[in-house]
Ligand binder design. Sequence first.
Ligand SMILES: C[S@@+](CC[C@H](N)C(=O)[O-])C[C@H]1O[C@@H](n2cnc3c(N)ncnc32)[C@H](O)[C@@H]1O
Length: 279
Amino acid sequence: MISNKRLNQIVHCDCIEGIGALPDACIPLTVTSPPYDAMRDYGGTKFQFEPIATELARVTMPGGVIVWVVQDQIVDGFESGTSARQRLFFETVGMNVHGTVIMAMKGCRYPRKQRYGQQFHYAFVLSKGKPRVVKVLQDKPNSAVGAVVANSRRFRNGDLTTTMKPKRIGPYGLRGNVWLIDAGNGRTTKDRFAYEHPALMPEGMAEDHILSWSQPGDLVFDPMCGAATTCKMALLNHRKYLGMEVHQPYWELACKRMELAKEAHQRQVLAILRQKAAG
Ligand SMILES: C[S@@+](CC[C@H](N)C(=O)[O-])C[C@H]1O[C@@H](n2cnc3c(N)ncnc32)[C@H](O)[C@@H]1O
């Protein structure tokens, strides 16, 4: 357990030291995005993947989840493959790959003639054993809403059955593992000043992972929190948060963003209380 006075803050530190000061098995959910290869220098701190991953696995509680959002850099014309190596390393320190979500951005930022433009990030959903919380989001609009259908299933030998019980199709179906994320200026976040950070995670991406792998009241951790997107979305979804950031200007940005998020959260709570009082 982490004492309450160490929660709900953004700590200015190198996360290797920060995570090192946490007890074993205390984190139910981490949503983080590390530096991608050498795409940005973030004030010059050398990114040490293996010690960070090892420590993250240690502090993750049984059933806890790490969402590791990453992308490969193109080096000398080829993909670095770093994301795949990182995913395999996590398995050596006791994490299982529960699944992979492709976070596809609407629109492509760098279309090129010599390759298809990079349009997605991987989100590796790593769990320590079976995840304790899985809430698959059900927001995929169904085009055949209202129709009654008997789904079919194909067996291993190729046979097909349609004997499954007929069901009426509701307005929304369960989401698949390709998520279309609204991102870009004014859509990644409405906090204009946050764009001073060069690699913001879209708020919708952080929020949907928080809703999928945690419940209200849980602690959500981001050891490389940048401008605190994960922490902000944790607070606004009634979770506790803990962020760490090594680079002072980004840490200051994160603190400023959390001050505004706390005010927004207060307004949210007041609105809920008023609604309850009204009936
Ligand atoms: C891809 S950015 C994260 C962006 C963040 N998700 C957001 O939405 O603002 C990675 C961040 O990790 C920070 N960082 C890199 N190494 C770190 C370390 N050892 N400890 C803490 N933070 C680190 C960088 O300064 C950078 O802000």
